[in-house]
Design a protein around this ligand. Structure first.
Ligand code: PHE
Length: 352
């Protein structure tokens, strides 16, 4: 038995010196100190030994087991540090290499102009009020004083989305942000019908028109509506406010002019031009030699519209205006085709 133990120890230690990686190490451990290894077998055979032999063999078996275990631990340490050295050598990380560029997204040019307009209006006291994209015929047209046969109400010009069973008041995508005027007035006057509060709001949003898409017209576009209602608001306030807006938007030299126009929901109505900032008013291709660029429609809120919003037109007056951020973007950046906005061409978008 003692001889056998010596042999077991020698064989184990000899075979260990050939073990060079983790897998071989584990296989060696199972074979030499595992439950059915040779040393362990000696322990299980001890019952058959004589009283004299038993303590001697037991002591020696313990020594051998310990020697094998210690040798294993030593070897394991060696294999591990060799593996680490190898991986450090092979998987070298060059921290001086330049990183991969991260492509950054940016705001869409239409969004940038929209935000700039809203920032300027906020400075002037106009709070943002959002209204719905899906409107009723009543709000989009009737409440805004459109006569029954106004061309904008034709099926060909608006996206109607539900007409069945509501012939009198079909659903459609709003063709302008103006219905938000009446929605806002109704909300504010409902809270205090006897004494509706004064209003100063900006209504941004997408508008939709069923039109041929061309360089100058898209089926969907942004508008920003402005509405001010109060007890002593005059046409002079409208002119002063828009002149101030133009200076903040287009620069301190910006001049504007009012041209008489017509909208069913304002009276009087006007279209506003800003002096061409490309040629300074002398006349060029951008302003088509007129020296002026049209930027918005506006007017004094029609008494019928005030009434429809719950504001007594004998006591209240107000002004409203509607402008297109995309049109202003086109003017500011000399864009000649509105289709670039929703074309999603990165070469275009990256220029902003
Ligand atoms: N809603 C008008 C349009 O879409 C613009 C407008 C708004 C005009 C407010 C007057 C007052 O053309």
């Amino acid at each position: 038995m003692l001889d056998k133990l010596n042999e077991i120890e020698k064989a184990a230690l000899e075979s260990l010196s050939a073990v060079n990686d983790e897998a071989a190490l584990e296989a060696w451990r199972v074979a030499n100190i595992g439950r059915s290894s040779a040393v362990m077998n000696v322990f299980s055979q001890m019952g058959g030994l004589s009283k004299e032999e038993r303590p001697l063999v037991g002591q020696r078996a313990n020594q051998v087991k310990l020697a094998i275990e210690n040798a294993f631990a030593e070897r394991a340490e060696l294999v591990k540090s060799a593996a680490l050295a190898r991986s450090l050598e092979q998987d070298q990380l060059d921290i001086t290499l330049p990183g991969r560029p991260v492509r950054r997204g940016g705001l869409h040019p239409a969004t940038m102009t929209l935000r700039r307009i809203l920032d300027i209006l906020a400075e002037m006291g106009f709070q943002v009020y959002t209204s719905r994209d899906v409107e009723t015929d009543e709000m989009n047209f009737q409440a805004l004083n459109f006569p029954p046969h106004h061309p904008a109400r034709e099926m060909q010009d608006s996206f109607y989305i539900e007409t069945e069973g509501r012939e009198e008041n079909p659903l459609l995508l709003r063709t302008h942000t103006s219905p938000g005027q009446v929605r806002a007035m109704r909300e504010f006057s409902a809270a205090n019908p006897e004494n509706p509060p004064s209003i100063r709001i900006a209504l941004p949003g997408m508008c939709y028109r069923y039109e041929q898409i061309t360089a100058r017209s898209e089926v969907q576009f942004y508008q920003v509506e402005g509405l001010a209602v109060g007890e002593n608001i005059t046409y002079g306030d409208l002119k002063g406010m828009l002149a101030d807006f133009a200076r903040r938007m287009f620069g301190p030299q910006a001049k504007i002019r009012f041209r008489a126009s017509y909208f069913p929901f304002t009276e009087p109505s006007a279209e506003v031009d800003v002096e061409c900032f490309v040629c300074g008013g002398k006349g060029c291709a951008v302003c088509k030699n007129s020296g002026w660029l049209e930027i918005l429609g506006c007017g004094m809120v029609h008494p019928t519209v005030l009434q429809n919003g719950g504001y007594d037109p004998r006591r209240y007056t107000g002004f409203a205006f509607g402008m297109g951020p995309q049109r202003q973007t086109m003017l500011l950046h000399r864009m000649n085709d509105i289709r670039y906005f929703w074309g999603n061409d990165v070469r275009f978008l990256e220029q902003f």
